[in-house]
Design a protein around this ligand. Structure first.
Ligand code: SAM
Length: 647
């Protein structure tokens, strides 16, 4: 057997920028031997070259949305200048998307130091800094200006990550360091990548007029022209995309949707839709939100790293950060960043955890490895192993998150409780949600299924390979155990006391439909906790405990199932995911399993971005990893392989 300590592939660690200044307090990169912006006035250069060079603000005026892509985020100057111009323009587009990359992001402290130089942007800079993500690789989405300015920032190499972007871009800000010092951001291959992302009529602007850059852009179907440069530079370059290829990312004409289910998936999706301007009706069979799998007192919020930063590691990291960001926007949601301690199961696992932390190089505010003694200190209880410490992880009360999400846009979001859906019926213009007596509960062009384990009951979702797994949690009177200030997990988990109760859990039983609370399952939860904290629950009689049973919607690969619903009859072994026919107007946010808190904010954002044709908040391979069509294609391929074997 392969040694798991040896086989993990090396991942590239993110190296933050080292801030230095040269003449006139101009930020400078020693690594690239170049300045971040002109020494003769940063904001003015941004306006002259990048905004005016792309005919902004005029081109975004009266548009529904406008998408800008920049090649190097640096100090955030171009972004702040753009956001500022948008904010001051009464005719600005409704939503502004700004996509950018940064291979060497600044730490928050250095970013703040740079941004001090521009008092005119102070208010915007403060909001950006407040939402500045930890320096971990991958895509980060920042919802700014009440959700109307959306920054999608990839920490990583634009040369390799450009292809992970799915967007239709109206304006490019080409702002790498100078071509001789930073050639990968100006190469013919990179320019072709920009062309792939171009919306019809896309424009570009840059201060570089280097001959090979002009040629690379021309070869990528951009028509380029020189213009007078900013002070100190005779010329700059503008360009526009010549191709008349139609846009694949059209915005919907009618923004009305029905969401089925007011659990954590449905509530956060309805919230994201309403934030994007949709009129949303949520149908919920129960009398209140979060009565199914999302009804536990609390759930754990933390990422799940792996030394090779596999898909689950990348997705849970993005999900963890997205949920943290959503909680920041919903102050009524109840949660605590008390920290999560994930103890090693045994010495080998502990060694893998240590190695993952070393190899990933994430900042200590995201994850640390702590030794057994430090772990025992945090827990106030002796333990056998050390483990991962997530200082900003914690617990979230899902029902409070649902309520806060559903209440945020009362003018656009209606929840109808005690309204069970019986079936969906397609119409000429979309879908009708029908009650058991055939009456129409609601109709809209778009329906989003978010009903957790119940979804496969509906005809259009019968193909969904999701199974329901019974899970029971136990409620211990907090006074019956020693105190505990952090969330601890190993094979099970235990929470700090919430309203006098300590939640421990959880069992997971596929194919078990029993809804009753069972003493034997309490026993199992206690036994699991005893493996983490030996003796912690000594003397507690399982027969005296209260608890809760929920049914988790589990997908075969444990990843969420989010996107447009495929037509199950249309999958053939040669179909590619992107060409798989979909059922018009039908979408789903399913398969959250026991990770609703980690998945919900990110998946809601993903779903709405796909529906809107907006830039996606996740790298393309992760979008595909969550696509509902993946199972059908896998099954179609498996079937052909099997029939090949038998012939
Ligand atoms: N637009 C920035 C601003 O407003 O401050 C200035 C950008 S500066 C001229 C170039 C930026 O590109 C630097 O922040 C640099 O770290 C970044 N960069 C260079 N090579 C990169 C790459 N391959 N991928 C992503 N970012 C890169």
């Amino acid at each position: 057997r392969a040694n798991p300590l040896r086989t993990a592939a090396l991942v590239e660690k993110l190296q933050p920028a080292r801030l230095e200044f040269v003449a006139y307090d101009t930020p400078y990169s020693a690594a690239f031997d170049d300045v971040y912006h002109s020494a003769l006035g940063g904001p003015a250069q941004a306006r002259h070259v990048f905004l005016a060079g792309n005919e902004l603000p005029a081109r975004w005026q009266k548009r529904d949305r406008f998408v800008i892509l920049e090649t190097g985020f640096g100090t955030g100057l171009n972004f702040l200048a753009t956001w500022h111009a948008w904010r001051d323009d009464p005719q600005h587009c409704r939503r502004l998307h700004f996509i950018s990359f940064e291979k060497h992001p600044f730490t928050l402290a250095d970013l703040a130091t740079c941004q001090q130089a521009w008092p005119e942007f102070a208010e915007l800079a403060a909001e950006l800094q407040q939402k500045w993500p930890p320096l971990v690789p991958g895509m980060h989405r920042l919802h700014l200006n009440g959700g109307q300015v959306i920054l999608t920032l990839t920490f990583g190499d634009a040369a390799t990550q450009l292809r992970a972007i799915d967007a239709s871009v109206d304006a490019f800000f080409l702002d790498g360091f100078s071509p001789p010092k930073n050639p990968e951001l100006w190469s013919p291959h990179f320019c072709k990548g920009l062309a792939r992302l171009s919306a019809p009529g896309a424009t570009l602007a840059t201060w570089s007029v280097a001959g090979h850059v002009r040629q690379a852009l021309k070869d990528a179907e951009f028509e380029v022209a020189k213009r007078p440069g900013y002070v100190g530079k005779r010329q700059m370059l503008v360009g526009h995309f010549r191709s008349r290829r139609p846009d694949r990312h059209l915005a919907p004409a009618d923004r009305r949707a029905i969401v089925i289910g007011a659990g954590i998936a449905g509530s956060t999706t309805a919230h994201a839709l309403a934030c994007a301007g949709w009129q949303v009706t949520v149908l919920e069979q129960a009398g209140e939100p979060a009565t199914g799998a999302s009804g536990n007192i609390a759930g754990v919020l933390r990422p799940l790293p792996s030394a090779d930063d596999n898909r689950l590691s990348r997705l849970t990291r993005a999900g963890y950060l997205a949920t943290r960001a959503l909680l920041g926007r919903l102050p009524e949601a109840r949660w605590a960043a008390c920290g999560v301690l994930h103890l090693g199961r045994e010495p080998l696992h502990e060694a893998q955890q240590r190695r993952a932390v070393e190899q990933l190089g994430w900042p200590p505010e995201v994850v640390q490895f702590i030794e057994r003694e430090a772990a025992a200190d945090k827990l106030g209880w002796p333990v056998d192993t050390g483990g991962w410490w997530f200082p900003n992880g914690g617990w979230v009360q899902p029902s409070s998150l649902c309520r806060a999400a559903l209440a945020a846009f009362p003018e656009r979001l209606t929840v109808r409780y005690n309204t069970p859906l019986d079936r969906l019926q397609q119409t000429a213009h979309g879908w009708q949600a029908l009650a058991a007596d055939g009456s129409v509960l609601a109709d809209a062009p778009v329906v989003i299924m978010a009903s957790g384990h119940a979804a496969p009951r509906f005809a259009q979702f019968a193909w969904l390979p999701q199974r329901a797994a019974r899970g029971q949690v136990s409620h211990l009177p907090a006074s019956a155990t020693p105190p505990l200030d952090v969330v601890v997990c190993k094979l099970g988990y235990a929470m700090p006391a919430i309203d006098g109760l300590r939640l421990i859990g959880a069992t997971l039983q596929g194919g078990d439909t029993d809804t009753s609370i069972r003493a034997i399952d309490h026993q199992e939860n206690l036994a699991r906790l005893n493996l983490s904290l030996p003796g912690f629950t000594a003397g507690i009689d399982p027969a005296t405990l209260a608890g809760r049973v929920g049914f988790r919607p589990i997908s075969p690969d444990r990843l969420p199932i989010v996107g447009p619903v495929p037509d199950p009859a249309a999958a053939s072994p040669n179909t590619r995911l992107h060409n798989l026919p979909r059922q018009p107007g039908l979408w789903c946010v399913q398969g959250f399993g026991a990770r609703g808190i980690v998945w919900s904010a990110l998946m809601a954002d993903l779903l709405v971005s796909r529906l809107e044709g907006e830039p996606l908040p996740l790298e393309s391979d992760l979008v595909d990893a969550c696509d509902p069509g993946r199972f059908l294609l896998k099954a179609a391929r498996r079937n052909t392989e099997e029939s090949d074997d038998t012939t």
